[in-house]
Write a protein that binds this ligand. Sequence first.
Ligand code: BMA
Length: 322
Amino acid sequence: MSKAEIIGPELPNIPWEERPPECPEHSGVVWRYSKNPVIPRDLIPSSNSIFNSAVVPYQGEFRGVFRCDDKRRVMQIHAGRSKDALDWEIDNERIHFQPAEGFEPMEWGYGYDPRVCWIEDRYYVTWCNSFAGWPTIGVAYTYDFETFYQMENAFLPFNRNGVLFPRRINGNFALLSRPSDRGHTPFGEIYYSESPDMTYWGKHRLVMRPAGGWQSTKIGAGPIPIETTEGWLMFYHGVLTSCNGFVYSMGAALLDMHQPWKVLYRTEPYLLHPKEIYEQVGDVPNVAFPCAALTDAATGRIAIYYGGADTVTCLAFAKFDE
Ligand code: BMA
């Protein structure tokens, strides 16, 4: 049998650090960047906190969409750019969407937890978007991270954690989502949907339900699924309800290549959980919330971006073959 590999571009310039000699994680598969947090909460004057953010490779550099809760504590998303994916310049002003051609302008309420996905000819942005004041999945695209074109929301309220696949599946665009309620949802499963045009979504399938322990209350997809010779590698967050509130950890699953609603494997222990001070202490304690991953197909290196305690942006590393 040939060796399992990431299917994707070679990106030798993604951030990387070798595993420290005493990797402290339970499973040892994921380790943290030694200089975490990679983005402090006050990088830009307007922000209260910068976390749960998405980064992608862009013309030899990197671009991203960042969750920047402002100092009124309204959730906003901002564009940013970096040469090395470590040192970021983030716009002080939120993204102001233009209506995509043929779409009506939409009122802006709030936006959070963005994901960014290159598909075919452009970068799509999905995020939790205010629709009549309630959370659902917003959809937009950009070519340059300067101008963003907004399309229709993918679903009715209430839904969150909309995560696109990086290519069509069965001829359609494909999206993972996590139907929810209007508050701090105490349940949540990952579903799969397809669309021929990024507007009309259907062919819904259940992917995964919560399981035991760290993922017993709810789960939601994290970074864009990573295509591999074995199927789609999906990092996701799982939530435990402790007597002190929710605890957000990260695990991974391998989804079938052609029918991604079929789960081939799933982690039983978590891969990353709130343990460092920047994950345990902040505006919301005990949160490690992954939203993006950069990969290098040549080496199997994976750099995972995650929010720490709803306050800062952090980085962790893994190797695909592990
Ligand atoms: C979820 C989302 C995330 C957040 C998490 C912990 O419902 O709002 O943005 O990181 O709660 O507060």
